[in-house]
Design a protein around this ligand. Structure first.
Ligand code: NAP
Length: 355
């Protein structure tokens, strides 16, 4: 049985869910993966705590859930910041779940760079960091012989990145189309039923799908971040923010949706990405055309029937052709599950088990 020591940076909704899942599945992890997983480090904005022998996760979770500050947790060593703690401690996997928004890579990016640079596997749910630097981080991980996994950054616990990287390994991705924001999709679904935009946003907020400021969802910034992560995963390409043509849904009216319905179409906020037509050369060398915006989809298109907070990704490949994955794209347990699946992938790899 191999030890697998995990430091969790960001101990909010997702980080705690992951810690709880590790605890809950410890026998299964031993039997199926041959690893004993211990949480040795935990960080919040208040600092980093570390114990070589691992924390009692149940006691730790009860402590923070009672509102006690992490830095007061008894036992172990402590540092003022995650960066300092990570630099001076050892772990096999750094789980990064600090709060970032889709347009802001920090603080997650520094944590990830530091861990990978020290030869530590990384699993992360931090979209902003991966959107800004996925190609760099994946290359750094390869150079250091470790894994950098980011499943929950696109469609949360619905496995699209591992499907592209592992399930479709060897198939060439020709194009990608996706409904990647559940909040925007919920709003458009309600508007297709006749809701005004403002009422649909208020409904999304009342259900907890939309933030008080829904800008990132309705203006397409969140989908742009996911599109950039998909560019790195599917095309090994880094694309800048300004390379994604972006339109939100704020200009859509119920009348626009009803007109589309009369022509047998449904309007969805769709991310599309493909090598630019009109350029010669090998597909791998072609510039990528990436767009995020409302698109009228015919009812024959599987994406047109993805409603509410559901997400979907259609991956066109050679030779498999179009593979469509539909599933939930948000939620704490979905994001936690995406990270947990990444942890299991590391645990199952020979290097993850210390071989
Ligand atoms: N929740 C979801 O449904 C979901 C879905 C997909 C992806 N994600 C992504 O997953 C990440 C975590 O989300 P969440 O919902 O768990 O957020 P959260 O509940 O706000 O928790 C964020 C955690 O990160 C900590 N943190 C912030 N800055 C830090 C720093 N500089 N060093 C160390 N820790 C720091 C916070 O510390 P304090 O406790 O001191 O505030 C908190 O513990 C975000 O990037 C989010 O976008 C979330």
């Amino acid at each position: 049985m191999q030890p697998l020591r995990v430091s969790i940076v960001g101990f909010g909704t997702v980080g705690r869910w992951l810690a709880e899942a590790i605890h809950r599945h410890r026998s299964w992890l031993e039997d199926e993966c041959g690893v004993v997983v211990t949480v040795v480090g935990v960080a919040t904005r208040a600092g980093f705590i570390y114990r070589d022998t691992g924390f009692d996760t149940t006691a730790l979770l009860e402590f923070v859930s009672a509102g006690c500050p992490l830095r007061d947790y008894p036992g172990g060593r402590r540092w003022d910041s995650a960066l300092e703690g990570l630099a001076q401690t050892e772990c096999d996997v750094m789980a990064e779940a600090s709060g970032t928004n889709p347009r802001e890579p920090e603080p997650a990016l520094s944590h990830i760079r530091q861990a990978l640079g020290r030869g530590t596997h990384v699993i992360t749910s931090s979209k902003g960091a991966c959107a800004a630097a996925a190609v760099e981080l994946l290359a750094l991980a390869r150079r250091r012989g470790v894994q950098c996994r980011m499943e929950s950054t696109v469609m949360s616990g619905t496995p699209v990145l591992s499907t592209i990287r592992e399930g479709l390994a060897g198939a060439r991705v020709v194009a990608i189309r996706g409904i990647l924001n559940g909040t925007a999709n919920h709003i458009l679904t309600l508007m297709a039923e006749g809701f005004e935009y403002a009422d649909a946003v208020a409904d999304a907020q009342a259900r907890g799908y939309a933030e008080a400021d829904p800008t990132d969802d309705v203006e397409g910034h969140d989908v742009v971040a996911k599109t950039r992560i998909l560019a790195a995963t599917a095309f090994s390409r880094s694309i800048g923010l300004d390379q994604v043509i972006r339109h939100g849904i704020t200009e859509i009216t119920p009348e626009t949706l009803q007109r589309a319905a009369h022509t047998g179409c449904r309007i969805k906020l769709v991310a599309t990405m493909r090598p630019q037509p009109g350029h010669s050369g090998q597909p791998a060398a072609l510039p990528l055309e990436a767009r995020v915006g409302p698109v009228a989809l015919p009812l024959t298109d599987p994406l047109s029937r993805v409603d509410g907070v559901m997400n979907a990704l259609a991956i066109e490949t050679d030779p498999v052709r179009e593979v469509t994955i539909i599933g939930p794209g948000a939620g704490a347990e979905q994001a936690g599950q995406g990270m947990f699946a990444d942890l299991i992938a590391v645990a199952r790899s020979p290097r993850g088990r210390g071989a």
